[in-house]
Ligand binder design. Structure first.
Ligand SMILES: Nc1ncnc2c1ncn2[C@@H]1O[C@H](COP(=O)(O)OP(=O)(O)OP(=O)(O)O)[C@@H](O)[C@H]1O
Ligand SMILES: [Mg+2]
Length: 264
């Protein structure tokens, strides 16, 4: 599994760090008697648009906490065999609860679980078969003694009581802010591209409102396009591509650069 270090807005990173402190500093937490205030079983919900780092953050967090990971991607589970879903969920929680070498349960990561968190009232006729499985999943989460992380694109309007009781935080992953985008461009930039980049150039690229995944795709498309042409890398061409994608019209360096400066 690919482990990518997430670059998150500072407020979001701090909020997540705070929420998991009971797992990060178990000893101190216990010494202070905090375990009498909160059970060990806890859940966190990550929600936000695609490509904002929810999946990589869950995996990175797990490693950071020194936990084993049990993960399931609900988008991979077809509606064809309802029994398969039930079996997978059961197996996942069974494996997760087995103590690791420190005697702790694994972190359970339920990725892309939008369909599992829909309000029951909103389940269409064709998806009613899921009801039983949703209930089973919520029961498992409700009684799980470790950390469960759920990731979805939409913030669910309704959460089951058992889940809500366990939630130690609901975290919105937005399109990153400008400063975070500068860091993302700097981190993602392939060092061997024969252009010497300075901070001002990264800042200029960061004006475009892209997610981490969007920045990676932009670089890939730009490099592909450059190689297809004559292999001469041009920042202006990259800016042009980004501008066209964001504004839906071609980039005119004489006019647009002035406009972009005025935006700053
Ligand atoms: N904040 C970030 N920091 C570093 N890399 C990022 C970030 N966001 C996205 N990426 C890059 O984009 C890729 C996709 O990110 P990820 O799968 O975590 O997005 P996601 O929010 O889970 O999207 P989806 O909702 O589609 O599942 C990652 O593999 C990573 O390379
Ligand atoms: Mg994801």
């Amino acid at each position: 599994m690919r482990l990518v270090e997430p670059i998150l807005d500072e407020a979001l990173a701090t909020a997540i760090d705070n929420a998991v402190i009971m797992f990060k500093k178990r000893g101190e937490w216990k010494k202070l008697g905090m375990d009498s205030l909160r059970e060990q079983g806890a859940a966190m919900l990550f929600y936000g648009p695609p490509g904002t780092g929810k999946t990589i953050e869950a995996r990175w967090l797990c490693r950071d906490l020194g936990m084993e990971l049990q993960e399931i991607d609900f988008s991979q589970i077809g509606s064809g065999d309802p029994g398969e879903l039930a079996r997978n969920v059961k197996k996942l929680f069974y494996q997760a609860i087995q103590p690791d070498r420190h005697g702790h349960p694994s972190m359970v990561f339920l990725d892309e679980c939008d369909t599992m968190l829909v309000s029951r009232a909103k389940l269409g006729h064709s998806s009613l078969w899921m009801l039983e499985h949703i209930n089973a999943l919520l029961r498992e989460i409700g009684k799980y003694p470790g950390l469960v992380v759920l990731a979805t694109n939409q913030k669910p309007e309704f959460l089951d009581f058992a889940l809500e009781r366990r939630l130690i935080g609901t975290f919105e992953f937005k399109v990153p802010d400008y400063l975070t985008r500068v860091k993302l461009w700097q981190a993602k930039w392939p060092r061997k591209i024969p252009i010497k980049m300075n901070n001002a150039e990264f800042e200029s690229l960061a004006q475009f409102s892209l997610t981490g995944a969007g920045i990676e795709t932009a670089i890939i498309n730009w490099v592909s396009d450059t190689l297809r042409r004559d292999g001469t890398f041009s920042l202006m061409a990259l800016t042009g591509m980004l501008f066209q994608a964001e504004h839906g019209k071609p980039f005119n360096p004489n006019i647009e650069q002035e406009l972009m400066k005025a935006d700053e």
